[in-house]
Design a protein around this ligand. Sequence first.
Ligand code: SF4
Length: 107
Amino acid sequence: MAYSRKLSTDSAQQHSGLNILGAEFEWQNGAACNIVKNPSIDPDWWYPSTGESREFDRKAKAICATCPIRVTCLAKAMENPDEQGTWGGYTEQERHALRKELEDDEG
Ligand code: SF4
């Protein structure tokens, strides 16, 4: 599936739940990180800066663990090795490790 870097580089859009990017992103409508449905969520939790990483990762993963579209979200991120932030409960580094593990299993 074609994937938009625009979405991946804008945490406010990715986790806004505003569905402003069109039908291609309708899969996100049920997202637990929808800040319209849950205003207490900070989209930056999915894109932590150095120094805030561990706490923000923990918060993002806790939300992802409750998300009904977690598998779809992770699959979308796995399609794009350059994807940043936490998707489907996996940080960028964890997805890299998972991708390598899957490649090793295939090899
Ligand atoms: S799995 Fe996490 S990042 Fe993906 S849509 Fe759900 S809450 Fe958001």
